[in-house]
Design a protein around this ligand. Sequence first.
Ligand code: PDD
Length: 289
Amino acid sequence: MLVYLDGTYLPRAEARVSVDDRGFIFGDGVYEVIRASGGCLFTADEHLARLERGMRGIGIPVHADCARDRLLAIAEHLLRENGLLEGEATVYVQVTRGCAPRTHHFPAPECAPTVYLSAARFTPPVQIRVVGASAITHPDIRWSRCDLKTLNLLPNVLAKQRAVEAGATEAILIRDGVVTEGASTNVFGVVGGELRTYSASNYILAGITRGVVIHLAAELGITVAERPILAEELPHVEELFITGTTTDVLPVVQLDGRPIGDGRPGPITNALGEALARRMGMGLLAHRA
Ligand code: PDD
């Protein structure tokens, strides 16, 4: 597979990053994962806009080599060159502050950011979508700028590992008695007939998929209340689902070993899952036209 690193396309096995890279030393950088189907990137503008917001948010200069149109062209080139114009794929984009002797503060003079992109084949979780997934609850021990999609994913990694050890797909994070999001997804739930998700604040990454799902819900006449689900409400939640670029809409039918609702994907979840699949298809057709 060919990847892109700092201005060069090269085989993945030959790509090398310096041990002085601040991404390696401090997790000092931001990233995105973008979905592609049939060679077309879904909501690429939104992902690249969020990456740029993240760079500005942590003070990485947005030079021409990491401008949105440049990154989009590189992503499309990688899909083409790696034979990913058919079927499903993902593109990974990462920008770090660059290489410099280790100091906690930003290096002076400013260093050139490290820009890395790769593309990979993706197999959608089709089967689990039909029967539904299980999840665990886990304390949300992250910092208070979860809106920045930074490389610092250790709390997410630890939470996801606990989920895997419990035989579950996702860890649903609880902060101050409310559900914030998943380790790598956003969380929606139906409580007393009302569809709810945590509001787009500094305590979650407001996912691009989350935004599309809220929009689709409105089109279907379903109101989404951007209000948190309380941890104490979880035993009474009628439906629960998670969303993300590599997750789509995934029903959660079991939480901490107990069934959600009747233990099967609910009607609102299914309607939104189907609407998202249609929208992804339409987005791609529109792109082709
Ligand atoms: N994760 N919340 C967190 C903490 C995430 O890491 C992600 C995505 C989401 C969903 O965002 P989006 O719909 O924009 O993908 C929510 C990516 C896919 C990852 O880290 O691999």
